[in-house]
Design a protein around this ligand. Structure first.
Ligand code: SAM
Ligand code: SF4
Ligand code: SF4
Length: 365
């Protein structure tokens, strides 16, 4: 795909554990706070993390690292502060996404001091509302604790961002939350709509916009419809060959990982090209597991393990160097359905391209 010197972005899932119960998170059965069976709730061992970062060598100075995760919250990792320190010290920039309802204020003060010292790292607080609403989506979190933690972090000199996911139940509080974020000393406030919606909700949302009950524009709901159309590419059998591309109605693949020079490290110590593969693996999505079982037959169980290989070896091994990028050219049965769904180009658009654009729209959960 690319050389170690081409890496610009790294995303890390350092744990499969979380204190919260967000009903549209991949860790839960959709719409509930019930953790899916068979998900790996373990933590990335600290020595594997150090090995990975050290093997990137001086290239870390060009890399933007994000601790985010597909099914866990980074702050739950028992060694998070060591990882935060090492990341701030090594990478060009570091960011963390967290629900922030864990740890003591002393712990957050320590994180703030590290942020102040290195000046190249920030924490994004996922706070979707105020005291009376945040817990509606961020189930099991405690607003007062989150604000205490944020204050401790900011007071110690940490750079903080408030990320507000807009739902019908909290949309009336966006301006109030923005004002509170300023008062508390957050450096930034972003609002984003939940992209995990159902078409049924979208139709209702459109009606509410038309009636003037909620804010929103037809242009943005049209965008969401487009996302939905692209995402719902039909699944076809594993034995279909070149016709797969036309069957799936895609023109080509625009791999986000290649376009952005991006690599993903998971808490099971495996390297993936992107978070979409890790999410497929963690949630045992058939579109991914069918694909990976074939890859394992060809390249062995540990083909992407940082325990067995160096980062350089993983990048230059046959799978990442040839097999995967070739599948984007041949569009045959070596192509993964997750790639079709996420990076398949339809009318010059990809799902990831649309979802990465800034959005402002209120959609029900
Ligand atoms: C699985 S979370 C892991 C990080 C952290 N636990 C958090 O929630 O911020 C990864 C990202 O998904 C986002 N997310 C969670 N629920 C979402 C939703 N319904 N729509 C859009 N993004 C969502 C979070 O805000 C976060 O940036
Ligand atoms: S806080 Fe993040 S990881 Fe935890 S349940 Fe919510 S979205 Fe998922
Ligand atoms: S889903 Fe496939 S095409 Fe898209 S970024 Fe990941 S590896 Fe690349």
């Amino acid at each position: 795909m690319f050389n170690i010197t081409d890496i610009k972005k790294i995303e890390m899932s350092i744990t499969g554990s979380c204190n919260a119960g967000c009903p549209l998170c991949a860790r839960h059965i959709t719409g509930t706070s019930i953790v899916r069976k068979n998900i790996n709730t373990g933590h990335l061992p600290l020595d594997h993390f150090y090995k990975f970062v050290d093997e990137l060598g001086d290239n870390t100075k060009n890399i933007y690292n994000t601790f985010c995760g597909t099914i866990g919250d980074p702050l739950v990792h028992p060694n998070f502060s060591e990882m935060w320190q090492k990341s701030c010290e090594s990478f060009r920039r570091t960011n963390v996404d967290t629900n922030a309802s864990v740890r003591t204020t002393d712990y957050w003060t320590e994180l703030g001091l590290i942020s102040k010292h290195y000046k190249n790292c920030a924490i994004t607080f996922s706070i979707d509302g105020l005291k009376d609403t945040n817990h509606i989506y961020r189930v099991f979190t405690d607003f007062d604790k989150i604000i205490d933690n944020a204050q401790a972090f900011i007071k110690a000199g940490g750079k903080a961002e408030w990320k507000f996911l807009v739902f019908e139940h909290n949309q009336h509080q966006v301006e109030e939350a923005k004002a509170l974020s300023k008062k508390l000393g957050f450096d930034n406030f972003i609002e984003q709509t939940s992209i995990r919606f159902s078409l049924k909700n979208l139709e209702r949302t459109e009606k509410l916009i038309e009636e003037g009950t909620i804010k929103g524009s037809k242009r943005s709901t049209d965008k969401f419809k487009k996302i939905n159309q692209i995402k719902s590419a039909d699944s076809v059998g594993i034995n279909d060959t070149v016709e797969r591309a036309s069957l799936k109605n895609i023109e080509s693949i625009n791999c986000k990982s290649i376009s952005q020079g991006m690599l993903f490290l998971s808490h099971d110590s495996k390297v993936h090209p992107c978070c979409y593969f890790d999410a497929g693996k963690q949630t045992q999505e058939k579109q991914y597991t069918d694909y990976e079982s074939n890859v394992i037959k060809l390249f062995g169980e540990n083909y992407n393990s940082i325990v067995n290989y160096s980062v350089k070896d993983i990048l230059t091994n046959h799978y990442l160097a040839n097999y995967l990028p070739n599948s984007f050219r041949t569009l045959d049965n070596t192509l993964c359905d997750v790639c079709v769904k996420t990076c398949g180009v339809k009318n010059k658009e990809t799902y990831w391209g649309i979802t990465n654009r800034k959005q402002k729209l209120e959609v029900n959960i």
